[in-house]
Design a protein around this ligand. Structure first.
Ligand code: GLU
Length: 442
């Protein structure tokens, strides 16, 4: 296969969320797997809603995920190209002016629905005479422009969905240019895909119908036609749409919650595929396992619990060198606490327990027991000291099980759970441990 050229084309009208990051990843991983090029296209033709801050946010989010692009450009700098393409379509009789107001169109759709017919645009504007058009314009109406679909059947072989057949006579002629002269994404996207020689358009399956119309626009403008791949949408763990919660599933939010980029990338690359959901440590590793044939047709379930579990797993496998600049303490500390954290910020509370003065919890009935423990402790604690202490206290006091070790854990750390006490005792050191066992702040 010739080296693919793919693109991810977000609109800078918000931050990236798990849904569009999944689309980005499908493009990135396919390009990496095939040694192709990944292009970042900024779809900012809607100048009123697009902002430079969101554009930067999108770039920051992708960079944070480890994504790099071979090229980036924005549509707002290319209106000249779109105007040329629109002229070409007009000259071919494929782009026609329409003067209906949105109220009029709404009414027409309602009438069709009541009559049990699909709400397809009636193409009345095709029959307008020049005089009628002039009269509308004299009324102050500015036309929106529709692309004239062929009325035939559009077919393509989708890399995910297989053979696709769409009867475009069941679709309304798509509006390419709004009444205010601004472009919807349909035409600019095709023009850019032709110009950038995009080989594969990889996007969510909400675009399947658009693809049928866009294929006809491609054919009207060029001989270039990319291959299409439409991936199933993401749904929540309950199978319901994520659209209402999507704001809280932005990269920004997840990042602030302490989720690591490779946890997100691993989950989004694997859900909805035949592969197991497992942590991978690089996009390259994910790319080496990527294949469209592994992507199922059912919606992919996104569960935040899986994300937390993967994040914990990733941190448990992370070497100190890779987090040294983000965590307190040293390698010994990290190696002991990492198995007990889900997010990197969880390290802080363990650092506080080990490094800051505190007194643990000692119940009245455990006071003497803990003092006995303090007396037994040698001046230097080693990894084997804890089990020696436990054996000693068992014989000495007759306590066993939870009644034996839990009062010690509580006195030393103030917590019921945590890293193994063999290690914790070494991290605390003899002096601090003895003091806390006596009930002192240390
Ligand atoms: N800006 C469009 C969107 O985000 C791009 C769709 C495409 O990939 O062609 O829906």
């Amino acid at each position: 296969m010739a080296k693919p050229i793919v693109r991810f084309a977000p609109s800078p009208t918000g931050r990236l969320h798990v849904g569009n990051v999944r689309t980005a990843l499908m493009n990135v991983l396919f390009a990496k797997a095939e040694e192709g090029m990944f292009i970042l296209r900024i779809d900012d033709t809607d100048v009123a809603r697009s902002t430079a801050e969101y554009e930067q946010g999108i770039k920051d989010d992708l960079s944070w995920l480890g994504v790099t692009w071979g090229k980036t450009f924005k549509q707002s700098e290319r209106f000249g190209m779109y105007d040329e393409a629109a002229d070409k379509l007009r000259a071919a009789g494929l782009l026609y002016p329409c003067y209906e107001t949105s109220d009029e169109l709404d009414r027409q759709r309602k009438l069709l629905r009541v009559a049990g017919k699909p709400p397809v645009y009636n193409r009345a504007a095709l029959d307008l005479t020049d005089e009628q058009k002039t009269a509308y314009e004299a009324e102050g109406r500015t036309p929106h422009w529709r692309f004239k679909l062929s009325g035939g059947v559009v077919t393509w072989t989708d890399m995910v969905r297989g053979e696709q057949k769409i009867d475009v006579s069941s679709l309304s002629d798509p509006v390419l240019i709004r009444g205010d002269g601004s472009y919807l994404y349909t035409l600019p996207s095709v023009v850019d895909d032709i110009e950038a020689e995009i080989t594969h358009v990889i996007r969510g399956e909400d675009h399947v119908t658009n693809s049928a119309a866009q294929i006809e626009v491609f054919q009207a403008l060029s001989t270039h036609l990319p291959t299409f791949a439409h991936t199933p949408l993401l749904v929540g763990a309950d199978g319901k749409s994520l659209s209402k919660r999507i704001g809280s599933l932005s990269m920004l939010e997840l990042r602030e919650q302490g989720i690591e980029p490779m946890s997100i990338a691993s989950l989004l690359a694997k859900i909805g595929t035949s592969d197991a959901v497992e942590i991978r440590h690089s996009l390259e590793a994910l790319a080496s396992e990527f294949s469209f044939t592994k992507i199922g047709r059912a919606p992919a379930r996104f569960d935040e619990k899986d994300l937390i579990a993967l994040n914990a797993k990733l941190l448990h496998e992370t070497a100190y060198e890779d987090v040294a600049d983000r965590v307190p303490g040293d390698a010994a500390f990290w190696n002991i606490v990492r198995a007990n954290i889900e997010k990197i910020s969880d390290v802080d509370s363990w650092a506080d327990i080990v490094l800051k003065p505190m007194s643990g919890e000692i119940a009245d009935e455990d006071g003497d027991f803990c003092k006995t423990a303090a007396e037994f402790l040698p001046d230097t604690v080693l990894p084997e000291t804890w089990s020696a202490l436990i054996t000693h206290l068992k014989t000495e006091t007759g306590r066993k099980g939870k009644g034996l070790f839990m009062p010690l854990r509580l006195a030393l750390t103030g917590q019921q759970h945590g890293p193994s006490m063999d290690d914790m005792l070494v991290l605390l050191g003899a002096e601090k441990a003895k003091a806390r066992l006596r009930g002192d702040t240390a």
